[in-house]
Structure formats: structure tokens, C-alpha cells
Design a protein around this ligand. Structure first.
Ligand code: PGA
Length: 252
């Protein structure tokens, strides 16, 4: 059964106090409610993980990081390893977000190392892909996404890929207020599912959760999520306000 997911990506927002207060309020929000139709995840900065773990323990909301190191351990000043993330109790890590690809020059082979380390340490991976505006205008978006998946992800075994969630995030829609139309999202999600089917077969492809990300908000979420290959969202800006984030979860 394909899982629906709504994951919040806080990016570099929230002080420790603000983040813990958010975690506490989202835990309270779902506490006495029936389980939401989607798995709810918050992906926080590293500094919040251990504190959030305490607040969300045994609750309905899962949590994860937004990145991990490409090496297992050792003399890598400033880095945080997959094993360290796992040791906080986190279940997920985002890998390959376009902001990491662009600002920190993370390429497909590096992202493949990070993904492998995350899986080896028992984390599930939200693996991001997506084209920039010029690539879509030049009708290269399929080619771009195909390369990102083949080089970043498709060296994994069929068993490993079961611990991957793919997030399609057209870069031109991230934080810009521009959203892919529901049809554009569906078309690319279907393409991603077909690529997965070619590589791993239809059972794996049918079970793969594919999230949409890029200016998803309460006012457009239901329409995007109504598409058959859209299994939820990776939410940036709108994940920072409890009211907006929970409204997006309800749109599932
Ligand atoms: P946005 O970000 O919702 O603010 O566009 C999405 C993301 O980058 O994951």
C-alpha cells in the first residue's frame, strides 16, 4: 500500500526555542485526534533533533533532518553524520534538495553516497529531484529528472528503494509563489513512477510515495494532491505555521 506523506522542511528557520515550541504544539494538535490520513513529518535543522525527539516520542508526528554528511565519521569539521542523526531518534533525512545542489554544489554521485549512508544507518530518505526554469522551457525537464534519479538513486537495490520517498520539486516553484499546475505535477510524477517501474518493476513503482514540493499551501494543496500519482507534499514556507501545515495535511 502506497503511503501518503506530508513533510515539512523548515530549512534554516526557527531558533531552538521556536522549534521546540512548534514541535510541542503539533504533538498536542494531533494527540486527541484520529490519526491523520497522511504520515506527518517535520524536517528540522540538526540542532532541534534531540529536543524534538523527546517531545514527539510515541506521538503521531515523525521527524528528520534536512541533510547528512557524505562520509561515515571522522575529521570532517562541521559535518553531521547519518549515524548521529539516527542516534537522535530521527526516522528521515532529506537528500538532494535543490538548495543543496545549487548553493553547496552537491552532485548526483555525492548524493548517492549520502543516500547510501542514510539507508545503511536505518534512516528513510526523502530524495529530491526537479528541473530549473530554463530546463523546463527548453523541454529538458524529463531528461534532467531521469539523470538525477539514475545517477543519484537507481544504483540501490529493490529492497533499499522501499525506504526511499521521492520528492519532485520543480526549482522554479520553490519559494517563488509559482506552483506547478496539478497536471504538470501529475505528468512528472507519472514519469517518475514509470522510470521506477522500468528499473524495479511494477510492485516497487506502485508502492513508491512521490511528493510534490514547490509553493504548496492550503489554497492549492487539495487540487495537487487529488492527482493519482501525487502522494503528498514536501512543504517549505507553509510548514512554519502550524495552521497552514495542518491544513495541508488535511488536504490529503
Ligand atoms: P516552498 O519550499 O514550499 O517554500 O516552496 C518547498 C521546498 O523547498 O521543500
Amino acid at each position: 500500500m502506497r503511503k501518503k506523506i506530508v513533510a515539512g522542511n523548515w530549512k534554516m528557520n526557527m531558533t531552538l526555542d521556536d522549534g521546540l515550541a512548534f514541535a510541542e504544539s503539533i504533538e498536542k494538535y494531533y494527540k486527541d485526534k484520529p490519526s491523520p490520513a497522511a504520515e506527518v513529518i517535520i524536517c528540522t535543522p540538526f540542532i532541534h533533533l534531540a529536543g524534538v525527539a523527546v517531545l514527539l516520542k510515541n506521538g503521531k508526528v515523525k521527524f528528520g533532518a534536512q541533510n547528512c554528511a557524505s562520509e561515515a565519521s571522522g575529521a570532517y569539521t562541521g559535518e553531521v553524520s547519518a549515524a548521529m542523526i539516527k542516534s537522535t531518534g530521527a526516522q528521515y533525512v532529506i537528500i538532494g534538495h535543490s538548495e543543496r545542489r545549487t548553493y553547496y554544489h552537491e552532485d548526483d554521485s555525492l548524493l548517492n553516497c549520502k543516500t547510501r549512508l542514510a539507508l545503511d544507518n536505518g534512516l528513510k530518505v526523502i530524495f529530491c529531484c526537479g528541473e530549473i526554469k530554463e530546463e523546463r522551457e527548453a523541454l529538458k525537464h524529463h531528461e534532467v529528472v531521469r539523470k538525477q534519479l539514475h545517477e543519484g538513486l537507481f544504483s540501490l537495490s529493490a529492497d533499499e528503494i522501499k525506504n526511499i520517498v521521492i520528492a519532485y520539486e520543480p526549482v522554479w516553484a520553490i519559494g517563488t509563489g509559482l506552483t506547478a499546475t496539478p497536471d504538470q505535477a501529475q505528468e512528472m510524477h507519472n514519469f517518475i513512477r514509470k522510470l521506477t517501474e522500468e528499473k524495479y518493476g511494477s510492485n516497487v513503482a506502485d508502492d513508491l510515495t512521490i511528493l510534490y514540493g514547490g509553493s504548496c499551501k492550503p489554497s492549492n494543496a487539495a487540487e495537487i494532491f487529488s492527482k493519482p500519482d501525487v502522494d503528498g507534499g514536501l512543504i517549505g514556507g507553509a510548514s512554519l505555521k502550524l495552521e497552514d501545515f495542518t491544513a495541508i495535511v488535511e488536504a490529503v
